[in-house]
Design a protein around this ligand. Structure first.
Ligand code: NAP
Length: 527
């Protein structure tokens, strides 16, 4: 597939000249194509320091000086300094010189422009909370272009992920090179998907500390956005929170492995109904659904697979290419149950215990389930389908009761979990969020009771080895990580996303091998 080769830019904001230079070297080492030197962030005594910075640059650069930044406004003579910096950048023929729309509109910049040789001018505007229609934005851009901009840049505040839709439309239709950047976590996909819609460049942060910006490392290693083009299909995980999701680390290399032109991004979604109303084009081709949307997701679909319908939770949505309809599936159920079954079979084989292969190793067993949300429902229906006796414990008893009734099981008060021991050799499955990052010191069950279980499964997969699993292993139980479930459900999602292409090329072993080069589970710095 031919990508549009979009440039990746690292914004640099350091106080000192040396700080700027060393950050530039690190940006280069991380694969940045250019840097934005935010000179207003520097506290320089003499303009000669800025000159030295520009002369010693090791990458093509954008030189910018924001008058409205809090840093700049603390200084005196801002306007004078700003014009001085911009003039210098033009004299030194820096690749891009960024000027705020306010500067080009209110100051006489003719004298400045006379210095220009081959520098391109970026005219930028910060839309401070202004909600703009597509038409209003279009008019603004025309005005910015007429004031001398070769490239236009807008910085938009984003309250909801749906606020980005007009930006994507604008990127597609704009006749002049356009950079759209956003403020806030919900704007992350503006940089990840911008190149698909024709964005001039994408920003990636060096440290990962700027909300709404992906890290340079993730843009280069995980998303490889330079391969993206207008035909790239968009997939993503719809969740809140979404930062913990490892889906991008798994699906993006998988797409490349099988030669499928797709990108998979984290989507921080507050209102799932509104999301599907706004992002209704064929470009947005498939979704994983996470906390807390799995139960509401079914209502957003045109059709729901019978298994997902009976579970009452949809964790995968695919837009059917032929008619654009949204089809809901549940891949959690088989993923979690087969992870448990395979671990039991492996242990039985290692112990030399002969068991019938056509009967599930959990048939007839007591299956103690903690949690009655989306993952809990998938596990309960899976366990029931294999002939296990299901006992449901959940913080909210009403939910436990409803689920137990649906699978002909029994709901028991959450406070009795630590004393529940009707027999030995039971299966324990945690499908509650207890123990998930950042609460890694928590466990839903006391250590003392874990000896009653032959196998303990934890759906939580961040961290990989939860406190519950560590204590279960110490008690002699088989410990099965949520990573096993995650990989299996993701593999099935991948098959649905790629219409079966994954069946030919991928299995759980190849997916494991994608994860380990990233140092799982310590790759949380890659977002
Ligand atoms: P969900 O639908 O939002 O359900 C959350 C469940 O956790 C509910 O049962 C809730 O109980 C319980 N819970 C939350 N905080 C609790 C607390 N402090 N004490 C006791 N119970 C608490 O979420 P979900 O999609 O089912 O996900 C649940 C967990 O499974 C998450 O950690 C998720 O990351 C993990 N998961 C893993 C995979 C995988 O592939 N490994 C797949 C799906 C989910 P109430 O009903 O009382 O609120």
């Amino acid at each position: 597939m031919d990508g549009n080769g979009v440039m990746v830019c690292a914004p640099l904001e350091c106080e000192t000249l040396e700080g700027m230079l060393s950050s530039m070297d690190r940006a280069k080492a991380h694969g940045a194509d250019l840097v934005e030197l935010r000179v207003d962030a520097m506290s320089f005594g003499r303009i000669s320091e800025v000159e030295e910075l520009i002369r010693r640059r090791t990458l093509p650069a954008i030189v910018s000086f924001r008058l409205n930044s809090t840093r700049a406004s603390q200084r005196q003579n801002d306007k004078t300094t700003c014009l001085q910096v911009l003039r210098l950048a033009l004299e030194l023929d820096v690749e891009f010189v960024e000027m705020e729309h306010e500067v080009v509109s209110h100051f006489d910049i003719n004298e400045l422009m006379d210095k220009r040789s081959s520098s391109k001018i970026i005219v930028s505007r910060y839309l401070n909370g202004e909600k703009m229609s597509k038409e209003k934005l279009g008019n603004l851009i025309a005005s910015m272009q007429s004031s001398g901009g070769d490239v236009i840049k807008v910085l938009v505040e984003v309250d909801y992920i749906t606020d980005l839709a007009p930006i994507f439309q604008l990127l597609t239709s704009c006749q002049v090179p356009l950079i759209a950047t956003t403020v806030g976590d919900r704007g992350l996909i503006s940089q990840l998907l911008g190149p698909k819609f024709g964005g001039f460049l994408a920003y990636g942060s060096l440290e990962g500390a700027i909300p709404g910006l992906p890290t340079l490392a993730s843009l280069k290693q995980v998303y490889k956005i330079e391969h993206m083009n207008a035909d790239t299909k968009v997939f993503g995980v719809i969740s809140n929170p979404v930062r913990h999701s490892k889906g991008p680390l798994l699906h993006n290399p998988s797409f490349r492995y099988v030669g499928f032109n797709g990108i998979y991004v984290p989507m921080l979604v507050d209102d799932i109904k509104e999301f599907f109303k706004v992002y209704n084009s064929q470009d947005f081709a498939g979704f994983s659904v996470g906390i807390p949307h799995k139960e509401a997701a079914g209502a957003c679909c045109d059709e729901v697979h019978p298994l997902a319908k009976s579970i009452g939770a949809v964790n995968t949505i695919v837009r059917r290419p032929t008619d654009g309809k949204l089809i809901g599936y549940n891949t959690d159920c088989e993923a979690s149950i087969t992870a448990i079954e395979d671990a039991l079979r492996e242990r039985h084989a290692a112990n030399g215990e002969a068991r019938a292969m056509d009967t599930s190793p959990i048939a007839g067993k007591a299956f103690v389930l903690v949690g009655a949300g989306g993952a809990g429902r998938a596990l309960a229906f899976g366990a029931k389908s294999r002939g296990a006796r299901v006992f449901v414990f959940n913080r909210n008893f009403k939910r436990a009761k409803a689920l137990a009734d649906a699978v002909s099981g029994e709901a028991i008060g959450y406070e009795h979990l630590d004393t529940f021991r009707p027999e030995e050799g039971m299966i324990l499955a945690n499908a509650s969020a207890v123990g998930m990052e950042p609460h890694t010191d928590e466990s839903p069950v006391s250590k003392g009771v874990l000896g009653a279980y032959e196998l303990v499964f934890d759906a939580v997969y961040t961290p990989r080895n939860t406190r519950l699993l560590q204590e279960a292993a110490q008690a002699g139980a088989i410990a099965v990580s949520g990573v096993e479930m995650f990989i299996r459900q993701a593999l099935n999602q991948f098959r649905l996303f790629t219409s079966g292409l994954g069946i030919l090329f991928l299995n759980t072993h190849t997916l494991h091998s994608f994860l380990f080069p990233y140092g799982y589970p310590d790759f949380s710095t890659l977002d």
